[in-house]
Design a protein around this ligand. Structure first.
Ligand code: PRP
Length: 184
């Protein structure tokens, strides 16, 4: 899809496909340098991280393993409660592994804070985080993030893995939706 396919549902493009790709080139080069000579396990957090995982992993110059987790926050509403349950756990044993969690967005930081502690309890050599987007003003807990694509405002954004009611994940860019989309 391109912005024109969105018609008047799109308010504005925040980050274009080109901007996302250029930043991923830089991050992939950093990861290649930081993990040179080591076997890296990328852990994607479903569903939003699918796009970042696909595009980031293909930019790396060494072979990596990929595994996936699905987690869900308990509690009602759209805001993260910080209490997380595992819907799908990893297949991989993390003992002695260098692990890089790949995320689409860090909002409150509660999900990643919990996930970081959970994975670090499994005996890995290291666990770091790469996220395409981060909302610093929404942070409820500080999370030590090694690789950040872009810091963005707190506006609700969709695209590049991020959804509104499960739609818009397949936009190759990140954008905001027109107010009428949220009406019913
Ligand atoms: C998003 C994102 C993170 C989490 C970040 O996932 O992928 O996992 O929210 O929010 P936080 O920093 O406030 O904890 P979401 O729960 O929307 O699931 P999805 O990836 O399946 O859309």
């Amino acid at each position: 899809m391109d912005p024109a396919d969105m018609g008047d549902d799109l308010e504005r493009v925040l980050l274009s496909e080109e901007q996302l790709g250029a930043r991923l080139d830089e991050i992939a080069a950093q990861i290649d340098a930081d993990y040179a000579g080591r076997d890296l396990l990328l852990v994607g957090v479903l569903k939003g991280a699918v796009m970042v995982m696909a595009d980031l992993s293909r930019r790396l110059h060494s072979s990596v393993e990929m595994d996936w987790m699905a987690v869900s926050s308990y509690g009602a509403g759209t805001t993260s409660s910080g209490v997380v349950r595992i819907l799908k756990d990893l297949d991989a044993d993390l003992t002695g592994r260098d692990v890089l969690i790949v995320e689409d967005i860090i909002d409150s930081g509660l999900t990643l804070s919990w996930l970081l502690a959970n994975l670090r309890s499994r005996g890995p050599a290291s666990v770091e985080i790469a996220t395409m987007l981060r909302k610093p003003e929404a942070a409820k807990v500080e999370v030590d993030v090694r690789y950040v694509g872009f810091d963005i405002p707190t506006d609700f954004v969709v695209g590049y893995g991020l959804d509104y009611a499960e739609k818009y994940r397949n936009l190759p860019f990140v954008g905001t939706l027109a107010p009428h989309v949220y009406g019913d």
